[in-house]
Write a new protein. Sequence first.
Lengths: 371, 77
Amino acid sequence: MTNRYNRHIILSEIGQAGQDKLSNAKVLVIGAGGLGCPVLQYLAAAGIGTLGIIDFDVVDISNLQRQVLFGTSSLGKNKAEAAKKRLEDLNPEISFIAYAEKLTYQNALELFNNYEIIVDGSDNFETRYLVNDACIITNKPLVFGAIYKFEGQVSVFNYQNGPSYRCLFPNPPQKDAVPNCSEIGVLGVLPGIIGSMQANEALKIILGIGHVLSGNLFCYNALTSQTSTLKISKSEEQIENVLKEKHHFNKRQLNLDCEIQTDEISIKDALFKDNIQFIDVREAHEQPKVESLEIINIPLKQLENNLEKIDLSKEKMIFCQSGIRSKQAVSLLKDLEISNCYSIKEGALEILSFINKRHCDRVTTEAIRSK
Amino acid sequence: MMITIKYFGLIAEVTSQTEETIDFSGRFISELLDTLYFKYPDLKNKDFQVAQNQELVSKSTEIIGQELALLPPFSGG
């Protein structure tokens, strides 16, 4: 028998029976960032049998100030993979599954069904509400942690019929109302404290000891060392609303604020791509015509009735006079489950002048080369 | 009645303090919020929940406690 868990086993509250519970547990950690790193580190050290790690992001040097699983050798590597590599050295006796992908409405339910507890260490409201709703639908307890500059919040949602995140904050705040860490900064040790508390909540749930922080929001201020624990009431209505929409869950789209990949694209980037189809959603009479590109014209109002003209094997670059109708077209096509559609930011006039300028530049470059 | 209000996160930045005590004679939390909106106009655009005596309550609740807290959501991780 291994001595690895001796300090757990000699605690009467845990013992071999408790350690066996940890060995049989399956926990999924969303995000291997500031919160995810300490969560993963302590859960792996504690001997959680299966640890899932999902993160699409790569390690950047600015992460090393707080994301303690990574070193300079991890720079540029996927966070889930890099965390797994470090954790396998910490504890080779347990299983790690790294998902180097984004958590979406399409993959969340299936993923959550493979685990018993979900720990949220994500860094944006969109993902937090997605995680909350998916936990309600799959009936999994959610260990919540979130930080802002020098302050942190911890709670456990959806645990034994307790309240959910929506019972506390029913809807995401308006876009840009709350800036994220990359915009405003965060004290490096703060996610260490909050993430460690999340790991503690996960262990209490698995071991069935102590009081789980369900129905309470723990607030911590690292500058004043003040703590508050605020009671949260359950809102049946909020939870029912999520359950009512569960059949539409996987049709919803994640709309991340700070995402690099958006539905919008500049004409410059659009022209860099291969295998594309340009769609002009203006009315036939609108000027100027963009004729130097191979384009199909389907006015926005007729788009839905002309879907057969859209080449599903290509990336669709949609434009209009100013960039507004093209956005509506992308959202319409998305609702119709037609993927790979982009709205070109520029309007027809700018697109045309960009193409003409590019053409002139090419001619000039070739003229210089031939000299 | 003297009421102590605690401010968290972004809200503490709007009010430039983490706590203050004010003399208030109104009845409902919403009335107190109107006073605060007047004092801190930027507060109006912020999302937050209110806790009274360490319990989150709706903004239409009657003030019964001497301690309130204005709590915004955090998303960072």
